[in-house]
Design a protein around this ligand. Structure first.
Ligand code: ATP
Length: 363
């Protein structure tokens, strides 16, 4: 008997719907071909265009759809010319993170042989690490509540024991899973600034306490500034990195840069119950509506969703499909003959997505 999983779908703004359509098509076909799972999709209207039309950026009904779903697929949201009255951008993805306590922002960084990268890769080397960005507190805690008094401005960084313990447990579990899959040596690096800030010394103490529970895994520390250097000089040395919200925000764009751009950077925001899967990039209004958007980051995010559901529900076929989908995108990228413009090619969104489908079902 097939297990059915309900997926909430946020089509988003700008290029969002253009990359979500082919992504749903691919995973729906994989589910239809599977003996062990099925997927149903329910649209959840939200975002900047929705706000412009209705005055609501994340309606209660869409929040409810997200809460009731087994997983959430979210495309890019926000438009530069549509803002709240206080001037801030419409970002329901951040509201979802907070409302569903999605503390682990998972940002895989992979560069396979043949993939374009600004780095000079030594022969035979590949990059395959995961950056985990805490996504509910840190320096983003005071988002929207920063204070300016006279000539002084203040923001507050918050690190809590509750979230940090969950975050580090998640990081070590991920390192264990990757080790079992042969994707890494089983090492977690705590990225902080514990030499300067008390809050990061506290962060590190909790990391060390979790590390002590995993004698089968390696653990080390790195300061965030040195980490930026090493991500460029020797990124193949990392396996799982875990860090505070703001540091993770910055380093994940550096990671996307190593991969040759945002068009290949997937992500997941994961909590204990819920998870949102979305590309790292924004809604790219400059190319929206032209069929030029690269769908790969969205498709890779959907592959992460299959993997996460497979682990959560002990469904091996789903995990296999997640891997197959990721590898199909990697194959297309390595072949290099059907790439969108951002990756140096000349095809559009549909042709790029079709190349993935062909790799999955024909070859
Ligand atoms: P946000 O603040 O919402 O992350 P942003 O303005 O920083 O958004 P993006 O919307 O991600 O950035 O766009 C940055 C640049 O990358 C733009 O030139 C855009 O066209 C390009 N870009 C982003 N995503 C894609 C994609 N999937 N395919 C092709 N180009 C993309």
């Amino acid at each position: 008997m097939k297990n059915t999983f309900n997926i909430a779908v946020f089509h988003g703004d700008g290029i969002g719907p253009e990359i979500m359509g082919p992504t749903i098509d691919i995973v729906a076909r994989m589910a239809a071909a599977s003996q062990s799972y099925d997927l149903t999709f329910k649209d959840a209207p939200a975002g900047a265009a929705h706000y412009a039309k209705t005055g609501e950026s994340l309606p209660d009904a869409s929040m409810e759809t997200a809460r009731n779903a087994d997983a959430i697929l979210l495309s890019a949201m926000g438009l530069p010319n549509v803002r709240y009255k206080d001037g801030t951008e419409i970002s329901p993805q951040i509201d979802l993170r907070k409302a569903l306590t999605l503390f682990a922002g998972v940002r895989p960084v992979t560069v396979r042989k043949g993939q374009r990268t600004p780095l000079n890769m030594p022969a035979g080397k590949e990059i395959d690490f995961v950056l985990i960005r805490e996504s509910t507190e840190g320096l983003f805690h005071s988002q929207g509540c920063g204070v300016v008094t006279g000539n002084e401005a203040r923001e507050t960084l918050l690190i809590t024991r509750d979230i940090s313990e969950k975050l580090f447990r998640f990081a070590f579990d991920l390192a264990k899973t990757r080790k079992q899959e042969g994707r890494g040596p089983g090492k977690v690096t705590c990225v902080d600034k514990a030499n300067v800030f008390r809050a990061f010394a506290f962060f590190r103490e909790m990391f060390d306490a979790e590390a002590a529970k995993h004698p089968d895994l390696a653990a080390d520390h790195a300061y965030v500034d040195a980490t930026a250097l090493w991500m460029v000089q020797k990124p193949w040395d990392f396996d799982v990195m875990v860090t505070e919200n703001m540091f993770g925000d910055i380093l994940s764009d550096l990671g996307a840069g190593l991969m040759g751009g945002l068009g290949l950077a997937p992500s997941a925001d994961i909590g204990l119950e819920h998870a949102v899967f979305q590309p790292c990039h924004g809604s790219a209004p400059d190319i929206a509506g032209q069929g030029l958007a690269n769908p790969f980051a969205m498709i890779l995010s959907a592959a992460m969703m299959l993997d996460w559901l497979g682990i959560k529900h002990n469904n091996v076929a789903m995990r296999d499909d997640g891997k197959r989908l990721r590898e199909a995108v990697e194959d297309v990228v390595a072949r290099g003959d059907v790439l969108t413009r951002d990756l140096g090619g000349n095809v559009g969104t549909d042709a790029a997505a079709h190349a993935v489908l062909d790799t999955l079902f024909v070859s």
